[in-house]
Structure formats: structure tokens, C-alpha cells
Design a protein around this ligand. Structure first.
Ligand code: FE2
Length: 317
């Protein structure tokens, strides 16, 4: 295999480190890895035995700035570099300081057709201590499925062009496609890609969105942790993007909450795994099987029928 094997980590640049630490650790249940002591302030977040899965750095972007995709071996990375170079993609070797900061054996930098900075790495190190969350009953689902999935926006780049990179060069396989008319003239058209049994590690599409990324999905092993995180986020008045619901393609039971930087986290349980031997690519016509309602819709449905209206006038209680 010469393609990538998993989404290993992401790097976000955020304007409010304290908010992000509260969001990641207290609300989502991640573990603080370490505080960064280089030129840029920040910290890392863990979701498993790995040294880090999210690297949070201070800065004005409030967006995704790097994505780390792990490759199986040094030989596989050499082969991937050869393919990328032959296709005209500029590949830059990461320097020793960056390799050390990312805690990997080797790292090369490339950009996808949208201009997203991608680090192709081998050997993401384990942390020195076991994973421990202050709030989770279970664990995050990582392992061979990597850190989770993410949805970078295609920003007008054609599907042919970004698939030439993600499918033909990085080795992702198509899981399925969802095309849904959200409103007259507004169509969401997303393609879901996998590189391991997780239904998708990356989905790409052209939705109106100000950020480079729409969301990052973390999955938990215990369905109760979805409900508990839902309540923690609601009690903290963290803005929601969507209520609990389920996707028809990966069957993820999840909700979407906005990060302090404005893009979202999908917090899910029960995602489908793909067996390439039997999987058939389909095109579906809806993004959400049930639920996943925006807060304004919930308010419209439930916010205008106060309980007191149900009590007959003159009733004696
Ligand atoms: Fe998702």
C-alpha cells in the first residue's frame, strides 16, 4: 500500500486558547497532552495512546492550518513522494524541529488542490502515559481508523481536481456520495472517502462556509458519552450546529457543536465500518436520516408552545 493509512492529527490555529482547552477537555472529554513551549503558544489534545491528535496553536486564523496523514512505512512514504512528484505536486521535507514537534519519524509537506497544508508522516509516537479522560465513561474510537474524520471545503475546486489528489495520489477510496437540495438552488454535494475501515476519514464538498473545514468528527465507544457530552455542551451554552441525529451513509449517531473558532465538531457513536471486499458505492439523496436539526428549527418547533397554554383557563391547581 502506498497511500495514506489514516488521518493521524490536525493542527488548528485558534484565537482563544483558554476557551479551546475548556472545550476540548471539559466538554469533549479529551486529555491535555502538553503545553507547547516553542515560538507559538498552544497545547496538544489526546484522544488515545498517541502523543497528540489535535494540536492547538495560538493565532488569528481560527481554522484548520495543517492535517497530518500517516503512511504505513518509510518505503510507502518514499513511493508516495515519487507519485506526488511525478504528478507535479511540490513535496517539501519537514525539518528536524517540525519532525520533533509532531513526534513522528519523518514528515513531508504538500498542499492539496484547495491549498490546505498536509503533512504526510510515518511513526506518530505514543504518549508516555496511558490515555485518561476526566469525564468519559468509555474511550474514543481510534486505532486502525485513525483520529476521526474531517470535512475540508472544496472552495470551488472541481471534484475531478481534488479526487486526482486524494484518490489517485493519496490512495483514498470512494465510500459514497450524497447530493441533497437543501433549499431551492442550494445543493450540498459531498463525496466521502476512506483509507481504512472507518466509513470516511475525509469528505469533500462545496458548501457555503467561511472556514477551510466544516467539522472534525470524534467517535466514542459508549453511547452514553454522546448524551453526556451533549448535556455538557448545552449546559455550557456552547453554540450548537445540529441536534442529535443520524447520517444515512455512515450510520453515525451524533450531534454537531461549534468549536470556539466557529467550525464544528461532530461527536458520534456507532459509525459503520467498510469492508472493501463487499462494499458498493452508492449515491444517496439526504445528508441526515433523522434529527440533526439546526437550533433555529428546534426553536421554531418547540419554542412557541409554552406549557401554560395547555392548562385550561380557570383550572384549579
Ligand atoms: Fe461527519
Amino acid at each position: 500500500m502506498t497511500g495514506v493509512k489514516e488521518l493521524a492529527y490536525v493542527v488548528y490555529e485558534v484565537s482563544d486558547l483558554a476557551d479551546w482547552e475548556h472545550f476540548g477537555c471539559t466538554l469533549l472529554g479529551m486529555q491535555l497532552g502538553e503545553r507547547l513551549d516553542g515560538d507559538v503558544a498552544g497545547f496538544t489534545l489526546r484522544t488515545d495512546e498517541k502523543a497528540h491528535r489535535w494540536i492547538i496553536t495560538e493565532g488569528p486564523a481560527d481554522d484548520l492550518v495543517r492535517s497530518g496523514y500517516e503512511v504505513e512505512s518509510a518505503d510507502a512514504l518514499d513511493a508516495l513522494i515519487a507519485s506526488l512528484t511525478a504528478a507535479g505536486v511540490e513535496v517539501t521535507e519537514g525539518d528536524a524541529a517540525l519532525v520533533a514537534a509532531r513526534k513522528v519519524d519523518r514528515l513531508v509537506l504538500v498542499a492539496d488542490p484547495m491549498g490546505n497544508q498536509i503533512e504526510l508522516v510515518t511513526g506518530l509516537a505514543d504518549a508516555e502515559t496511558p490515555f485518561a479522560s476526566d469525564v468519559l465513561l468509555g474511550d474514543f474510537v481510534t486505532g486502525s481508523g485513525g483520529a476521526g474524520h474531517q470535512v475540508p471545503l472544496s472552495k470551488g475546486v472541481s471534484r475531478e481536481e481534488y479526487l486526482a489528489f486524494y484518490q489517485d495520489l493519496l490512495g483514498f477510496k470512494i465510500s459514497d456520495i450524497i447530493i441533497e437540495e437543501l433549499a431551492p438552488g442550494i445543493v450540498a454535494d459531498l463525496i466521502f472517502l476512506h483509507c481504512n475501515p472507518r466509513h470516511h476519514s475525509v469528505a469533500l464538498g462545496d458548501m457555503p462556509h467561511p472556514k477551510k473545514t466544516h467539522h472534525f468528527m470524534v467517535e466514542v465507544t459508549d453511547i452514553r458519552d454522546v448524551g453526556l457530552a451533549y448535556d455538557r455542551c448545552m449546559d455550557a451554552k456552547q453554540p450548537f450546529e445540529m441536534t442529535l441525529g443520524m447520517h444515512p451513509n455512515d450510520h453515525m449517531f451524533s450531534f454537531y457543536v461549534r468549536t470556539p473558532s466557529g467550525f464544528s465538531v461532530e461527536y458520534g457513536w456507532g459509525g459503520l465500518l467498510i469492508d472493501d471486499a463487499t462494499w458498493e458505492v452508492q449515491t444517496l439523496d439526504r445528508l441526515h436520516w433523522w434529527g440533526h436539526r439546526p437550533p433555529e428549527v428546534v426553536h421554531e418547533l418547540l419554542g412557541q408552545a409554552p406549557f401554560t397554554n395547555m392548562i385550561p383557563e380557570g383550572a384549579n391547581h
